[in-house]
Structures are given as C-alpha cells and as structure tokens.
Design a protein around this ligand. Sequence first.
Ligand SMILES: CC(C)(COP(=O)(O)OP(=O)(O)OC[C@H]1O[C@@H](n2cnc3c(N)ncnc32)[C@H](O)[C@@H]1OP(=O)(O)O)[C@@H](O)C(=O)NCCC(=O)NCCS
Length: 182
Amino acid sequence: MTTDGNNGAEARPVSASQVVMARQMMPSDTNPWGFVHGGTIMKMVDEAAGSAAIRHSRCRVATAAVDYMSFLHPVRVGDLVTVMASINDVGRTSMEVGVRVESEDMITGERSHTSSAYLVMVALDSEGSPQAIPPVIPETPEQRRRMAAAKIRRAQRKILEAKLKESGHALPASDLVPASRE
Ligand SMILES: CC(C)(COP(=O)(O)OP(=O)(O)OC[C@H]1O[C@@H](n2cnc3c(N)ncnc32)[C@H](O)[C@@H]1OP(=O)(O)O)[C@@H](O)C(=O)NCCC(=O)NCCS
C-alpha cells in the first residue's frame, strides 16, 4: 500500500468501500399512478454514497454536492431497486462517489439501468470541519476510467466557480456557511 500527503494515511482500494443496497418499492414510495418518486431514489443514492464515503474515510461525512443525476427509466411499485456506490476519486478532504441505480421487475426478472449520479461527500472531524482522508487506489480499468472522468469533473467545477466569482454571480460566502458552524 502507498501513502501520500493526506495526513500520511494509508491508501485504500476502491473495492474496500464499495456499497450495494437494495429495497423493494412500496406504495408509500410512489405517486398515485404507481410510479416511484424521484426523491425516493435520490434518498437511497445519498445514503449509499454516504456509506461508501464513511467506509473509505472511516469518519462522519456530509453531502457537499450532487453534481449530476439522471433518471433514465420510470420505476414501478413492487420493483426491487439496487443502488451501487463506489469512490471514484478523492481530493484532500472530499470524495466523488459514483452511484448506479438498477431496478428489477421481480416477476419477469427484467432489469433496467434507471439512474446514475455523482456526489461530492466531505469527511468531517468531531468539530464538523473538513478532515484529510486517505488516497484511493483504482484496481480495474473501469475504476481507472471513472477516476480520470472524476478528475475532469473536479477541474470543471473549479473553472465554473472561478468564472462565476469573476462575473459576480457566485453565492456570497455567508450563504455557504452551515448554521451549525456560524
Ligand atoms: C461540505 C462542507 C463541510 C464544506 O465546508 P467548507 O468550509 O466549504 O470546506 P472547504 O472549502 O475547506 O472544502 C472542503 C472540501 O469540500 C469541497 N467542496 C466544498 N463545497 C463543495 C461543493 N459545493 N461542491 C463540490 N465540492 C465542494 C472542496 O473542494 C474541498 O475538497 P478537497 O479538500 O478535497 O479539495 C460545508 O459546506 C457543509 O457543511 N455543508 C452542508 C453539508 C450538509 O449539511 N449536507 C446535507 C444537506 S441536507
């Protein structure tokens, strides 16, 4: 195992923190026509991403951003929804977590890729301040491809932030400070 500047913490492989969660969709998850609310899927995505981030960092985490989320197919009451979360890349204190959602009609066995999402989770210390985390090691060609793509998204975020700041359209810093840390 390798180490780097992140507190000298030992790097951890992607596979050590991957998470799979599954739940059958109930009537309380749906609209009156039997289709599952997007928010139900988003909550499962956030929970799975949070669990993967905690497993990687071994500390509490906060969702800093949902960078992207697609809804490719409707999900119906009775379907089994499976959410798979994996650390794509890490910065100093933040992690990009990639999440894939699949739904299965449990009677026919037909499976669909219903959503993909990228979330940024930040590791926090006991005071609620961002905390350095271990590097992550991609072990497969797919994991290396996801890491390269995550680095591009991170660089794009920085460019967007800088452009918004320059144009005066960035949120005032006071709007970004969470109430508990004011
Ligand atoms: C996320 C949070 C801890 C970041 O705190 P902060 O003081 O802005 O921290 P920093 O500026 O030092 O940034 C820490 C890391 O988070 C990343 N980050 C912060 N805000 C981000 C955003 N909006 N999008 C992507 N990454 C972000 C930074 O790039 C940095 O990453 P790095 O250390 O890997 O380079 C803080 O904004 C927070 O507590 N937000 C509320 C989170 C929450 O309550 N989520 C649940 C919503 S109900």
